[in-house]
Design a protein around this ligand. Sequence first.
Ligand code: SF4
Ligand code: SF4
Length: 127
Amino acid sequence: MNHPSPSAGQNLCRSCGLCCDGSLFFFTPIGDCKKDDKNQGNIHSRKEEVLPQPCVHHGMEKGCSIYATRPNVCRKFKCQLLRDVEENKSTIEEAMRVVEQLNVLRTRLLATVRTHVGHVETEPLFV
Ligand code: SF4
Ligand code: SF4
């Protein structure tokens, strides 16, 4: 198996965005970041500072608009799919297919909820 290119993870995350769009998390905790890492934009204060999700920096087409300067906590977060690609346990093509399937399922789920409930108040799977 060839080693993944350095941009493989970035392309994968750009196609996915589940950890930025409110599907998985209510917020991104940035309280433990150094001031320079926090990267502005709608920071709310709870017990700790957070970026509420869907993150203001997330775009459906282009992923994170501040990817190069995203907060450290975002830089450090890697789901199993991304880790598998980086550790060469899965190819980028396989991972992209998983993301495609997830996007289809998510779209269908939201459409079903809209049909039966009339509106969507998304609840993240994790907090
Ligand atoms: S880290 Fe995982 S969940 Fe988050 S955008 Fe990348 S592939 Fe998707
Ligand atoms: S700053 Fe970027 S990587 Fe971090 S949650 Fe927002 S969109 Fe995602």
